[in-house]
Design a protein around this ligand. Structure first.
Ligand code: GLC
Length: 414
């Protein structure tokens, strides 16, 4: 008897995510009104009755998720992940289970429904962030401090909210859990929770932050490739805050962002880059300007980023290298002028191009060195220039002269 391929076959479900490389994280909730980031309630010990009054003034008149989606698309991002509920406990959707929600705020809107429609219509993948932690619901902390009944109530509450999220908004592509630490996987009934999620959303991709391994690993504020065969995504802030903080002007430069993106792509991982809209729903103009600049760079250089593969090329002097099939992309973080030398490449180089301008380059291939010439004196791209090398086979590097390589990187092919 022939067995049908399962729609939950990992590679099929994961295919878009493994190509995507760049997504937008959005931290947005009542905390935007306070302008100190998303931890204000907890860090400033704001009394709950005072905090809950924020809902009465939360009326984001400029909320236009179509503009968010357009910006994400213009930035070259392929998916968006919005905080449906952060640790503050406020739900951005029409919840029957949690009254502390956007329908009962001054907004009187299902903000999440509008978001899902806009992101989907822009052709982007739809992601939900959901914090398992909850400062608003007293059962969360009580359960954790030993009140078993409160804990059971809270876990039931969590499952019920997750059911709403998974059932009310059509196809959801990705689920980003956060803050599971207070309870064990068994207490969360995490296996049952994710089984329910996958039953309602058979194609969904789930992160590893519900005390279960699931589909991908989530380093935060740094890059760290997961072991071969495991998908990963680094989430990072654009300034130093996740939630809106107008006094924080410590933004990453567009060059820093494209370098980070190229580094993630060199390890076949994704970058989920955050913006924190203000209480009116506007993405800060500084964030917007950086993202647009990154998008311009991706328009020219996107082929070196999207769909990049895992490789074991090491030890170069220029910067991150990405690989796709028989092609190598050298991201020239260090730009040395007209000549670029690639050491130890064992393949034949068929063509060399400066991706940034389309200009053909010259190749002088010697036994241990590939010397590329004809590059301009100065880096032609203001952010990051890229050289594309087309080879006769998947790139390989002779590492016999690299002392200790096999000990440091035991999974290397040689
Ligand atoms: C950090 C922050 C949290 C944020 C998360 C995103 O853990 O404390 O507020 O949502 O990063 O991964």
């Amino acid at each position: 008897m022939q067995t049908k391929p399962s729609i939950r076959c990992s590679s099929e479900r994961m295919a878009w995510f493994e190509q995507a490389r760049f997504g937008m994280f959005i931290h947005w909730g009542l905390y935007a009104l306070l302008e100190h980031g998303e931890w204000a309630l907890n860090r400033e010990r704001i009394p709950l009755d005072e905090y809950s009054k924020l809902a009465e003034t939360f009326n984001p008149r400029d909320y236009d998720p179509k503009a968010w989606a357009q910006l994400a698309a213009d930035a070259g991002m392929k998916y968006v992940v919005l905080t449906t509920k952060h640790h503050e406990g406020f739900c951005l959707w029409d919840s029957k289970v949690c009254k502390f929600n956007s329908l009962n705020s001054a907004a009187r809107r299902d903000l999440l429904a509008e978001y899902v429609t806009a992101i989907r219509n822009a052709g982007l993948k739809v992601g939900f962030y959901y914090s398992l932690g909850d400062w608003y619901n007293p059962d969360w902390a009580a359960g954790w401090k030993g009140d078993d009944q409160a804990r059971v109530r809270f876990i039931d509450y969590t499952h019920a909210l997750m059911r709403e999220l998974m059932a009310q908004y059509g196809k959801i592509d990705l689920l980003f859990y956060d803050l599971p630490q207070c309870y064990s996987a068994a207490e969360w009934r995490a296996v049952e929770l994710n089984a329910m999620v996958r039953q309602l959303q058979p194609q969904i991709i789930i992160n590893n932050r519900a005390m279960t391994t699931e589909d991908y690993t989530t380093p935060e504020q740094h890059l760290n490739a997961a072991p071969r065969g495991r998908m990963w995504e680094s989430c990072m802030t654009l300034n130093r805050h996740w939630g809106y903080c107008p006094t924080d002007h410590d933004y990453k430069s567009p060059r820093n962002v494209v370098l980070t993106l190229a580094s993630a792509a060199s390890g076949a991982g994704n970058l989920l880059l955050n913006v924190g809209p203000d209480a009116q729903g506007r993405i800060p103009i500084e964030s917007e300007a950086i993202l647009r600049r990154v998008g311009q760079w991706l328009q020219v250089h996107g082929e070196s980023i999207y769909g990049s593969e895992r490789h074991s090329l090491l030890w170069n002097l220029w910067g991150p290298t990405t690989v796709k099939g028989n092609t190598m992309y050298l991201h020239l973080e260090d730009y040395f002028g007209p000549t670029l030398t690639v050491g130890g490449l064992t393949n034949r180089v068929l063509a060399a191009t400066l991706l940034s301008t389309g200009q053909r380059l010259y190749i002088d291939q010697r036994p241990t060195q590939t010397i590329i010439t004809g590059l301009p004196e100065q880096s032609p791209d203001e952010l990051l220039s890229v050289v594309k090398l087309e080879l006769d086979s998947p790139p390989d590097q002779d590492i016999s002269r690299v002392i200790g390589a096999a000990d440091i990187f035991p999974d290397l092919p040689k």
